[in-house]
Ligand binder design. Structure first.
Ligand SMILES: Nc1ncnc2c1ncn2[C@@H]1O[C@H](COP(=O)(O)OP(=O)(O)OP(=O)(O)O)[C@@H](O)[C@H]1O
Ligand SMILES: Nc1ncnc2c1ncn2[C@@H]1O[C@H](COP(=O)(O)OP(=O)(O)OP(=O)(O)O)[C@@H](O)[C@H]1O
Lengths: 218, 218
């Protein structure tokens, strides 16, 4: 159980704050916007309205006791940088901040942020790579040509076994292997070749990009 | 080689447009903001300044010939929805749009968007899950409490076998299973319990979040 402070409760910050709270951590969520703070009532430990560029406000909230601070302010680059510097000054051991572009990211790293994320750029890259594999829901790169994809079972495989559908055994990296099969909340790891696919099933597959891409090709 | 139109060249749209162009596709990138359009000169096929809520503008640009259209307008929900509806009306075969929240996502799906993404929320969830697994490089959710993580081998496991390190067999979802082991560009799927870990190895593991989190705990 860790103490995490999240500043900026826009689309990114509210989701980080909520998820961390669900994972069991103590979450202090700060925003200048009263409505956004209200929206998180019951969904984080401590939703607080405040201006995070004000060092007194941060100290009164006990920020110096926190394990991790996340700066999720987006568009307002000046505020984003100021708050990051304040967290560094106050001495928070691990600081995550978001950046809008490479120069901004560079600046945050020089300030001493431990992790800098560019959420939209990461999503944009991911979307571009998954766009022409329509059933693809998620992609995790292993090498530039080989990755793990989470895909919805294509219609034409419904009611066929994994083997009949052309999937290879889990150790074969020259075909497309199914690492996991998800049916609702139920997960089977390294499913058997004789397992039969149902409509709505989600598969986690691994293989060379072109081969995985062909799964959805009709 | 596909024809892709991207509307909205903010942080998400500019990255999608650039990446698709690098992947070899024909990219039409539209924004009302002249500067953002200029910034993409040479980085996409056809950067154009225009108001995408104007059907004539879209038709003059030949949008009806496109394979895919991506609505990357964010904050302006009204414009985002209007452009999505226009693309549907014009008959683009595959439409991706972004949403700011669940209700917005629901609306876009009802309009007929083929794929709806919430980039910040996805990044937020991912960040929350990876925050306390410092070696975590990537996370793919399977259920809210169970996911696949790509992690750098923790120092204390170097030179130990997978079995000695406490990893379970690939079918056991009550422990943490290693789905793949990457050493440089070399990938072993479902590695053997007797395989020995080396410094710099990257593992793809699956298991309940708390158990995976403990891997990095010292
Ligand atoms: N000084 C500040 N103190 C506290 N909160 C702040 C401060 N400055 C900005 N914020 C908050 O940060 C939040 C996120 O910033 P903003 O909306 O500008 O970025 P965004 O990129 O649109 O965010 P997202 O993409 O996560 O929705 C806003 O809700 C805003 O009220
Ligand atoms: N009707 C329109 N026609 C063309 N472009 C538009 C239109 N409306 C908005 N845009 C553009 O969409 C882009 C992205 O929208 P906006 O900046 O509001 O969202 P955002 O959520 O901050 O984006 P991001 O997170 O990707 O940076 C802006 O550059 C804006 O000029």
């Amino acid at each position: 159980k860790k103490l995490v402070a999240v500043v900026g409760l826009g689309r990114l910050g509210s989701e980080v704050a909520r998820t961390l709270y669900q994972l069991g951590h103590d979450v202090l969520a700060i925003d200048q916007d009263e409505q956004l703070v209200q929206d998180l009532t019951g969904e984080v430990t401590h939703p607080v309205r405040g201006d995070a560029t004000n060092e007194n406000v941060l100290r009164e909230l006990g920020i110096h006791n926190y394990d991790v601070a996340i700066v999720a302010i987006g568009t307002n680059v000046q505020a984003n940088i100021m708050v990051s510097v304040l967290f560094k000054t106050i001495g928070i051991p691990y600081i995550v901040s978001r950046a809008n572009n490479e120069l901004h990211a560079n600046t945050l790293e020089r300030i001493g942020c431990n992790k800098v994320i560019q959420p939209e750029a990461e999503s944009g890259t991911r979307l571009a790579h998954m766009l022409f594999t329509p059933e693809a829901q998620e992609y995790m790169e292993l090498t530039s040509a080989f990755g793990i994809s989470r895909i919805r079972v294509p219609d034409r495989f419904v009611n066929m076994t994994l083997k009949e559908s052309g999937f290879t055994g889990v150790r074969d990296k020259y075909g497309v292997a199914v690492l996991a099969l998800k049916r609702g909340d139920d997960i089977t790891l390294s499913p058997d070749g004789e397992d039969r696919l149902a409509n709505g099933d989600v598969m986690v597959v691994v293989g060379r990009d072109e081969l995985v891409g062909r799964i959805s090709a009709t």
